[in-house]
Design a protein around this ligand. Structure first.
Ligand SMILES: Nc1ncnc2c1ncn2[C@@H]1O[C@H](COP(=O)(O)OP(=O)(O)O)[C@@H](O)[C@H]1O
Ligand SMILES: [Mg+2]
Length: 285
């Protein structure tokens, strides 16, 4: 075969090869202030440390603070993208462990109010990112808003963060219920700010129990993170706690959560893919 023919054959083969797709993950909570952003950043850093290509996107409505927690002053936020002045890849900043991130500043409500042209642009950009990364992690706003629920139905998996407080658990259940009643979705649970490991197990068992009993669905416990001053100190120092005090109880707990997450992947509930589901959600709006 001539070199050219060989090259053409290779090209054709490549175009049929399945392009790996990023796993899309939403970090969510019923109640605000439970530690979502801190867990989103530190969990992303731990995946990145294990050589995963990770993009963290701040989608918290009006309260984006990923860049503050990372101690940087992001040049762009997701709203610049909506104005179509920049592409996704212009906006991405790189943090520690080669973690890529896009800062917040505005949120999900804006995406749902975009006109068709801007929306197409946004989805095209996300489509590129899905082909580039191993994981795309969205730090979401708290609470059961229509937009959050719709977005949660599009991602591959949700990681729900709750504290042991009864109000946090009730709000967590209410959020899971809203999503699962509309679409089968993979849910993981992290209990944050526990007194000890036993309390973490009790809280996640309680949540798993009610979801099984009333919704007849399974959710996956990932473990718990203790209430630890190291987290507060890290927030003040504007450094992620797994880097600020990597030997702290909180950092070690999240290490084992990240390890378990990678070692025990859940079966996808729907194989149609994030981008296709997202498009469907936007067109059905
Ligand atoms: N494991 C923890 N131990 C101690 N304090 C924590 C822990 N997790 C979160 N916090 C405190 O809660 C605050 C809110 O966390 P944050 O991640 O911003 O919550 P959310 O994103 O859910 O609003 C942090 O600034 C920190 O002071
Ligand atoms: Mg937050």
């Amino acid at each position: 075969m001539t070199d050219q023919a060989e090259q053409l054959r290779r090209k054709l083969q490549d175009s049929h090869a399945v392009i790996p797709q990023a796993k899309t993950l939403a970090i969510v909570s019923g109640k605000g202030g439970v530690g979502k952003s801190n867990i989103a950043i530190n969990f992303s850093l731990l995946l990145a440390k294990r050589s995963k290509k990770v993009l963290l996107i701040d989608l918290d409505i009006g309260m984006g603070n990923i860049d503050i927690l990372l101690g940087t002053n992001a040049k762009y936020s997701i709203s610049h993208l909506f104005e179509q002045k920049v592409t996704f890849f212009d906006m991405i900043e790189t943090g520690p462990n080669c973690l890529d991130f896009i800062a917040g500043g505005s949120g999900l409500n804006e995406i749902f109010q975009l006109n068709q042209q801007k929306l197409t642009f946004f989805i095209q950009q996300l489509e590129q990112a899905v082909k580039t990364y191993d994981y795309i992690i969205f730090d979401m706003g708290a609470g059961v808003t229509r937009d959050t629920i719709e977005f949660m139905k599009a991602v591959d998996e949700c990681i729900l963060v709750t504290t042991p407080e009864p109000t946090s658990i009730t709000d967590a259940y209410s959020m899971i219920k809203h999503v699962l009643m509309e679409r089968e979705t993979a849910f993981h649970v992290i209990v944050n700010r526990t007194r000890n490991a036993k309390q973490g197990i009790e809280v996640s068992n309680r949540l798993i129990g009610v979801v099984k009993r009333f919704l007849n669905q399974s959710i996956h416990p990932l473990g718990s993170v203790p209430d630890d001053e190291a987290v507060v100190n890290a927030v003040i120092a504007q450094e992620p706690f797994v880097l600020h005090q990597h030997n702290s109880r909180a950092a070690k707990a999240l290490e084992s959560i990240a390890k378990q997450y990678l070692n025990e992947p859940v079966e996808p509930t729907n194989r149609s893919g994030f981008i296709r589901r997202l498009k469907r959600i936007f067109t059905e709006r």
